[in-house]
Ligand binder design. Sequence first.
Ligand code: MF3
Ligand code: CO
Length: 246
Amino acid sequence: MRRAGAIVADTLDLMVSLVKPGISTGELDEAAEAHIRGVGAEPSFKGYMGYPASICASVNEEIVHGIPNGRVLEDGDIVSIDCGAIWEGYQGDAALTIAVGQVADDVWRLLEATRLALMAGIAAVRDGARMGDVSHAIEAAALERNCEVVREYGGHGIGATMHEPPHISNWGPAGQGIRLRAGMTFCLEPMLTLGGWQTRTLDDGWTVVTADGSRSAHFEHTIVVTREGAEILTPWRVPKRDGGER
Ligand code: MF3
Ligand code: CO
């Protein structure tokens, strides 16, 4: 799983380096698939429940599961890239939201809030903690930065399959839920908005958008529970505001 996660992280770093005004989401998908296959892994999304591509690319008010196409990214857009790979039967799954060119201050606040909500969730992970502690930490970090948490989607267990129980809520009370044990592997993936939490799915059957058209961001890591905390298995580099990494 460590190797699968590293391949996903490298693919996302590649996406960050490619995202600029003028590139299409379809071109990003082609580059991601070529990279994943080039290192001898398999893109887990392709063919998953009939999904047609190797990444999800969700622009602006699109939250998750946007299908890559000819849409050209413009200055001021944000694009969430979700990516999965399989290495020797094991899965990695991660996502991040990238600013295209220069974005408005409140949009950058949304991206930082979502990334920090993910990191707050990870910081709550340790052997003996409860999953509700993790969910609550994510929600608190989001609300602290005046963002709303999408309620109908969340994280999941992962291993030899991409989606395993349990479903992991990005909101809710601490002190409840399953007890975490060292060695458990799962994905945390907060989705935040600058407006309301309600969603709608487009006619393509995949693309989930905010009901109010507000912008949304999505950051995800695959992690393993350790005695002291958590190890991130998909260590993508944090994108900078003006493109590139930091
Ligand atoms: N990676 C997404 C998740 O985090 C799932 C993508 S499903 C696909 O759970 F069909 F789009 F591949
Ligand atoms: Co996931």
